[in-house]
Design a protein around this ligand. Structure first.
Ligand code: PLP
Length: 404
C-alpha cells in the first residue's frame, strides 16, 4: 500500500484551483449586507438594482413574509432535529403538502430540503433496468444526477427538439415503463418547454411525463401554477417537482407532486427524504402564507410579466440582441465571453447587478448577460437600469446599428 502523501494531495488541489482561475471559470461570491430584493446592498456599502436573482415574485425580503416567519418560529420552534418519520412531522408539513398538491393540480405532494433532493431522490425509487428515462439534454444538474442514481436505461434528446424526442421514444419502445423528463423552463435561455407537444408525444408513445418547474412554480400560467398551466396540460403531467427557493419566498425547500401511490412510495423509499432532516418549520409555515397570498390575487405574477415585457421592449429597442421569449429570464446575447464579462462589470459600476455567462455554462460563442426581472422592481428602478444598459451598450459597441 503506497504511503499517503498528504502535502501532494493538498498541492494538487491548489493546482486544480489555479487551473480553474486561469480558465476564467473561478466563481467568486458577492457578499450582501441587505435582504434579498429588487435592490441589494453589497459589503462595499453600495446599493445596486438587482437583475440576477430568482426572486420572481419579490417575496424573498418581503416584510409580511418576515412577520409570518417570526410568528411561525414562535409557535412551531426553530428546528425539528428529526427526519419526518421519527418525530419530524408537524401539522404544517402535512398542510403544506396538501396545499402544494392542490396548487400544482395533483393528488398529493412530498416535501424535501431542496428541489435538488426532490430530483435526486425521485427516479431510483420508481424505475429499474426494465425502464427507460428520456431526458432533454439541457436538463438541470439535479435531474441528471437523479437519473444517474437510477438503473433505468437513459435516452437523451436534443434540447427542445420534438422530432428527436419522438425518435428516442421509438428507440425506447421495448422498455416496461418510459418517462419523459424535462425542465419546465430552462434557466440559461428562459425557454419554456413545449409541454403540450411533449404530452401529445407521451400519449402517442405510452410514456409518463415528469416536469421540474423550479423556474415556473408560482408565476407561469394564468394563476401561477406552472408551465403545465401555461400550456393547458394540468392533469396530463404525471410528476411535478419544484422549489420553494425561487419564486415562492426564496428560502429553501423542494417538493415532488403526483398521484397518491407515487408520493407514498417516495415517503417509503426516497433516500433524501428518509435520511435527511425535516424542512424547518419557519419555511413551512411561511410557505403556507405565500400560497394563501397567491390564491388571493394574481397581482404579483401579472406585475412580473408586465415588468419583463417592459425590459424586453427597452433592451430590444436599444439594439441589444435578445433570446426571444416571454419568461422573466431575459438573455442579452453578446456572444463573446470577454464582452459578457465587460458588460456585467460596466453595469456593476453603474449600479446594476447582473451575471455574465459563457462557455462551458452556455455553448461556445453564445456568451450572454442574463437579466432576471422581479415583480418587486419599480418602474423607476427599471428605467435606471435601462439607462445603464444603454450607456454600457454604446460604450462597448454591442448595440445593433440604427438604434439609439
Ligand atoms: C434551481 C433549480 C433546482 C434546485 O432547486 P433547489 O431547491 O435550490 O435545490 C432544481 N431544478 C431546477 C430546474 C432549478 O432551476
Amino acid at each position: 500500500m503506497p504511503k499517503l502523501d498528504r502535502s501532494a494531495f493538498y498541492s494538487d488541489l491548489e493546482r486544480r484551483l489555479g487551473e480553474t482561475r486561469a480558465s476564467g471559470l473561478y466563481k467568486t461570491e458577492r457578499v450582501l449586507v441587505s435582504r434579498q430584493g429588487p435592490e441589494v446592498t453589497g459589503d462595499d456599502g453600495v446599493t445596486r438594482i438587482n437583475l440576477c436573482s430568482n426572486n420572481y415574485l419579490g417575496l424573498s425580503g418581503d416584510d409580511a413574509l418576515v412577520a409570518q416567519g417570526a410568528e411561525t418560529l414562535r409557535r412551531y420552534g426553530y428546528g425539528l432535529s428529526s427526519v419526518r418519520f421519527i418525530c419530524g412531522t408537524q401539522t404544517i408539513h402535512k398542510e403544506l403538502e396538501a396545499r402544494l398538491a392542490r396548487f400544482v393540480g395533483t393528488e398529493d405532494a412530498i416535501l424535501y430540503a431542496a428541489a435538488f433532493d426532490a430530483n435526486g431522490g425521485l427516479f431510483e425509487c420508481l424505475f429499474d433496468d426494465s425502464d427507460a428515462i428520456v431526458s432533454d439534454e439541457l436538463n438541470h444538474a439535479s435531474i441528471i444526477d437523479g437519473i444517474r442514481l437510477c438503473r433505468a436505461q437513459r435516452f437523451r434528446y436534443a434540447h427542445d427538439d420534438m422530432a428527436d424526442l419522438e425518435a428516442k421514444l421509438e428507440a425506447a419502445a421495448s422498455y416496461r415503463y418510459r418517462i419523459i423528463a424535462t425542465d419546465g423552463v430552462f434557466s440559461m435561455d428562459g425557454t419554456i418547454a413545449r409541454l403540450d407537444a411533449i404530452c401529445d408525444l407521451a400519449d402517442r408513445h405510452d410514456a409518463l411525463v415528469m416536469v421540474d418547474d423550479s423556474h415556473a412554480t408560482g408565476f407561469m400560467g394564468r394563476t401561477g401554477r406552472g408551465t403545465h398551466e401555461h400550456h393547458g396540460v394540468i392533469g396530463r403531467v404525471d410528476i411535478v417537482t419544484g422549489t420553494l427557493g425561487k419564486a415562492l419566498g426564496g428560502a429553501m425547500g423542494g417538493f415532488t407532486a403526483g398521484r397518491k401511490p407515487l408520493i407514498e412510495i417516495l415517503r417509503q423509499r426516497s433516500r433524501p427524504y428518509l435520511f435527511s432532516n425535516s424542512l424547518a418549520p419557519v419555511i413551512v409555515g411561511t410557505s403556507l402564507y405565500v400560497l394563501d397570498r397567491l390564491a388571493a390575487s394574481t397581482a404579483l405574477r401579472d406585475r412580473l410579466f408586465d415588468n419583463a415585457a417592459q425590459v424586453r421592449t427597452a433592451l430590444g429597442g436599444m439594439g441589444y440582441t435578445l433570446k426571444p421569449g416571454t419568461h422573466p429570464i431575459i438573455p442579452v446575447m453578446v456572444f463573446e465571453a470577454p464582452l459578457a464579462q465587460q458588460l456585467a462589470d460596466r453595469l456593476y459600476r453603474d449600479g446594476v447587478l447582473v451575471t455574465g455567462f459563457f462557455h462551458p455554462v452556455v455553448p461556445l460563442g453564445q456568451a450572454r448577460v442574463r437579466v432576471q426581472v422581479s415583480a418587486a422592481h419599480t418602474r423607476a428602478q427599471l428605467d435606471l437600469a435601462m439607462e445603464a444598459f444603454s450607456a454600457a451598450g454604446r460604450e462597448l459597441g454591442i448595440l445593433r446599428p440604427g438604434r439609439s
